[in-house]
Design a protein around this ligand. Structure first.
Ligand SMILES: Cc1cc2nc3c(=O)[nH]c(=O)nc-3n(C[C@H](O)[C@H](O)[C@H](O)COP(=O)(O)OP(=O)(O)OC[C@H]3O[C@@H](n4cnc5c(N)ncnc54)[C@H](O)[C@@H]3O)c2cc1C
Length: 436
């Protein structure tokens, strides 16, 4: 059996390792184009800042391929012929497979303005070539715009600011990072970003862009903003253009449509995992998950399916952590999208009546907040800014269906950094409101 894995990032490499751990004799080939070794894409900004070298972000030792007896092909896949079971490579050669895993990740979503990409100056911050492009462009003293208020947007704004550029951070929505934060939390982060000297503007739609006198001029309803270059951070899309016309079913958004076992819905012996895979969410909706640990889990699940196991991939309880400048962010469980504050997303059956409550507090004068969401009196989700929390403790409490009072009384058990930060305590200003 020849297993071919395209992509050596978290989904692809975890799948390849899982295949080898179960099958000592199979031929396993790992194909990717960006870097010889798996590296943590989540650390791209640290490389840009000079705080880490690319090699520091490699999450396995460099002997991995030899130890696992992986064949390594460093090339770009330009097409798949599922009838001949053959990949075409940019180098002009072909690679045959018996079972194929596509773990090709994402690329930055392109900004929709006509002519935006016709000349240099439009960048993204998702792949290593993106990093090289921004790195070559960004010089201290320049002016740039970061368009889009998600995680990649805030990280891009931060590192460009650190390099000495004047940064306009432009967000269409009324709140910063609306998929993860509510209005109060978003305002805490936005105020912090402004405090660092960035021009952080929410509720700022951009109608288009034109080039004038060597500048890119962003057109907003009441203003034209000239900048030296733009970083587009309006999300990512599956990196699957090379599959168009292959017969492998893609969703309208370009994700590889998979069955519960992560095999293509259209094409036997072709599997997908990670950012590029269309999967079923716990609430039954279908879209890519596009985060690090779910990509890892999908890679491992896809490997089992490729080996013939009866697999049904479903993500468990959601969790994640990140940093907005120096503000730590932890989330666990169900936190409704702030952009739709009263829509229940992913908890309970559709149409189910439930009593939702939200407990919230902010430490006065500090960028420290905690939000606890309860459904029918039971803890279902946590969002925290400004201090580090152990999401595994919260996930246990969610599964144990703890009551709000119990959670508040035990919060210090979920803390990291006890020696640096004041212990958690319920403040007189804490609020408890109906709704989630
Ligand atoms: C700046 C940044 C910060 C992030 N921060 C976080 C975070 O804090 N927390 C979090 O959970 N997630 C974060 N993410 C998202 C996370 O990095 C992704 O969800 C994860 O990397 C997806 O893994 P993957 O294996 O599916 O694909 P990717 O990591 O995108 O890797 C794709 C692989 O496929 C290869 N490839 C692609 N196309 C081809 C082709 N045609 N031929 C050959 N090889 C190909 C690439 O070389 C690469 O090896 C961040 C992403 C970025 C860009």
């Amino acid at each position: 059996m020849h297993f071919v894995v395209v992509g050596n990032s978290i989904a692809g490499i975890e799948a390849a390792i899982a295949l080898r751990n179960r099958d000592a004799h199979a031929k396993i080939t790992v194909v990717s184009y960006e870097h010889d070794h798996p590296f943590a894409r989540v650390a791209l900004m640290y490389i840009f800042c000079g705080q880490m070298r690319l090699q520091d972000t490699e999450f396995y030792d460099r002997e991995l391929y030899a130890r696992m007896r992986f064949e390594r092909v460093r090339d770009l896949v330009t097409g798949v012929d599922p009838v001949a079971k053959r990949l075409s490579l940019k180098s002009g050669s072909y690679l045959h497979y018996d079972r194929l895993l596509l773990a090709v990740g994402s690329v930055g979503r392109r900004l929709p303005w006509p002519g935006a990409y016709d000349q240099p100056g439009m960048h993204h911050f998702v792949t290593l070539p993106d990093l090289e492009g921004v790195n070559a462009m960004a010089k201290p003293g320049m002016t740039c715009a970061v368009v889009g208020g998600g995680l990649i947007g805030v990280e891009s704004a931060e590192v460009l600011h650190l390099r000495g550029l004047k940064v306009h951070f432009l967000i269409r929505e009324p709140w910063y990072f609306p998929v993860a934060l509510d209005n109060a939390e978003a305002e805490v982060v936005a105020a912090h970003i402004r405090h660092h000297g960035l021009d952080c503007r929410t509720a700022t739609p951009i109608d288009g862009m034109e080039r004038k006198g060597g500048k890119m001029v962003l057109k907003m309803p009441d203003e034209e903003l000239p900048v030296d270059f733009v970083v587009g951070a309006i999300g990512v899309v599956p990196n699957t253009k090379f599959l168009e016309g292959s017969g492998i079913a893609l969703t309208p958004g370009g994700a590889i449509d998979t069955a519960d076992n992560l095999e293509s819905v259209s094409t036997p012996d072709v599997f997908a995992a990670g950012d590029c895979a269309n999967v079923t969410w716990p609430d039954g909706s279908r879209r890519p998950e596009q985060i690090w640990y779910t990509s890892r889990d999908q890679g491992r699940a896809a490997a089992r399916a490729m080996l013939g196991d009866d697999v049904k991939y479903r993500r468990g309880t959601w969790y994640n952590s990140a940093k907005f400048f120096d503000i730590e962010y932890t989330t666990a469980g169900f936190i409704p999208f702030a952009a739709k504050p009263h829509k229940h997303q992913g908890v309970g059956a559709p149409g189910e009546e439930a009593h939702w409550q939200t407990w919230y507090q902010q430490v006065p004068g500090q960028a420290i907040t905690q939000r606890i969401v309860c459904k029918d009196g039971r803890f279902v989700g946590f969002n925290g800014l400004g201090t580090r929390w152990d999401h595994q403790v919260f996930m246990r409490w969610i599964h144990e269906r703890r009551a709000l009072d119990w959670v508040l009384a035990h919060m210090n058990e979920a803390r990291f950094d006890e020696e640096f930060v004041e212990p958690f305590r319920v403040l007189p200003s804490a609020t408890l409101v109906d709704g989630a």
